[in-house]
Design a protein around this ligand. Sequence first.
Ligand code: SAH
Ligand code: SF4
Length: 363
Amino acid sequence: MKEFKKLLEQKDFSKDDILRLLNSEGEDKTLLLKRSREVADAQIGKKVYLRGLIEYSNICSKNCFYCGIRKGNRAQTRYVMEDEEVLDCARFAYEKSYGSIVIQTGERVDSAFTGKIEDLIRQIKELSHGELGITLSLGEQSDETYQKWFAAGAHRYLLRIETSNPDLYLRYHPDDGNHRFEERLAALERIRRAGFQQGTGVMIGLPGQTLEDLADDLLFIKNLDVDMVGMGPYIEHEDTPMFSDREQLMSRMERYQLALNMLAALRLMMPKINMAATTAMQAIHPDGREEAVLAGANIVMPNITPLKYRECYLLYDGKPCVDEEPARCHGCIINRIQSTGNQVGLGEWGDSRHFLAKQVCKD
Ligand code: SAH
Ligand code: SF4
């Protein structure tokens, strides 16, 4: 135990150290989670920032084997939100002082789509007098597209690597030239080059994924020196090819517990990054987001998509809040965050301190 406490004080972590953190349970786990929250408090403070999540469209040109809105899922009705609906969501976030929104969709690279996103970014900036921060989660795009979205006013971008093991990446995606690991890495590089705060992440508890793979994922994230991370448990969706691998999975609760250890370990490794308490955590445990905050997460993304679209944006089974009005979620989320002893950073962008520290060094 004494040795474990010493491990928690370290600044650098070897793969073996990370494996010990990921394996921790009982008293060790309690110490790990306590320490990771302390590190967050000391390095980035006790504020949790909100990002109102707008699931703009579920049309996707890709076929990731794990995802419920993959192109090949013919059971899924497709939608694109009306412009006015998107602007209403943004107005709601602005009026509620969320500080930021996230726009997420399936992946599309056609110019009708990329141009529409550019317009929407500009309009959202205008209606909020430049005050709403905008994060994008719109998949792999060209340099030109990333640059034009950045110029329009978005300033953070999330693109998960999903797994840093190229062999596993190949297992979870079709080998059709449209889902290449190297291309994912290149897109992450383009995101940074365009000027965005760069975010990535992985799914935890995928079939065939070992603890070693997850330790490597954390080292990958650290080496990439990203500014933000969103990672959460993999949850199977019955209309996807990967559903047939479900016998190989850990129990959902085991995936959840492992995700808490992943969050805590990464907070020790990268004290100043922004780290999300993901919806997938809440899908497994009703208090999942709060427990993630207690493990060191500092970002929560309340879903503000109009109710009528929620049922159509199911990446995995059992997604929570599909029938909760955004207005109701609002009070609920504030209370829930405060129950963790943290405050909500209302009206603030809550940019990554990791990113800001790098900017100061550059100047
Ligand atoms: N199309 C964009 C954004 C939408 S998907 C993209 O792929 O980047 C956003 C994230 O949802 C993905 O990065 C993936 O990590 C997660 N996701 C998809 N299917 C999932 C599942 N079955 N369980 C858990 N997370 C899933
Ligand atoms: Fe499309 Fe993203 Fe789902 Fe892959 S994970 S199928 S790119 S929405």
